[in-house]
Design a protein around this ligand. Sequence first.
Ligand SMILES: [Zn+2]
Length: 215
Amino acid sequence: MNLVLFGPPGAGKGTQSDNITKDYNLFKVSTGDLLRDEIKKKTNLGNKIKILIDSGKFVSDEIINDLIKKIISNPKNHDRMIFDGYPRNLNQAKTFDILLNSYNLKIDSVLNLEVDKDILIKRITGRSVCSKCKKIFNDFFNPPNNNHSCLPRFLVRRPDDKAHILENRLKTYFDDTFPVLNYYKKKNILHNISASSDIGSIYKEIKDLLVSLNH
Ligand SMILES: [Zn+2]
C-alpha cells in the first residue's frame, strides 16, 4: 500500500508516521528528510537547496517534485511508501498523481489527523516550561497549580515572536492543505482521524482504519 499522512504542526504526525512505517514495513518519504539528505550529499541540487533555505526562501515545487520522482522511480519503494508532509499544496498533489501514474502506482489512502485549529493555537500560546524542574504546562489544558511545587518565577513562556511564527505556520498549513484534502476527498480516499486524544489512542484508530480498508 501507499499512504499519505496529513496533520498540522503539533498534531503528533511525526510519531504516528514513525509508528506506521515500523509496523507496516513502509518506506517513509518526508520532504524535510529528502532536502536534508540532498544538502548532505553536496550535489548541485543540494547546494542550490542550501542557499534557498539559508536565505529563508521556500524550496520550489519543482525541486520538491524532482526529489519525490527519485523515490517513486525506485522499484524497491513501490507499494510500500508513506508520504509525510507531501503533497503540501494542490499543485504538488496534481504533479504527484501524474508521477505515480507513470509508474502504474496509486495512493491507496490519505490519512488526515484532525485537530481543531483553536486547540492547536491554545497549545502554542498557553505553553510554559519550568526552568527548574523542566515540567511543561499549559494555561488552558494543564495549568501549573497543585501539580507544581516550584516558585512561579521559574515558569518560562515562549517568546511572543516564536509563538507568532508557530501560529503563522499553522495558518499556512490550514490554508494550503484545505484544497489538497478536498482533492483527495473527491477521489474517495480521504480518511479523517480525530487526533485530539493521546498518541496511543490515535494510533489505535489509525490501525483499526487500515484493517477496515484491508490494508
Ligand atoms: Zn518546576
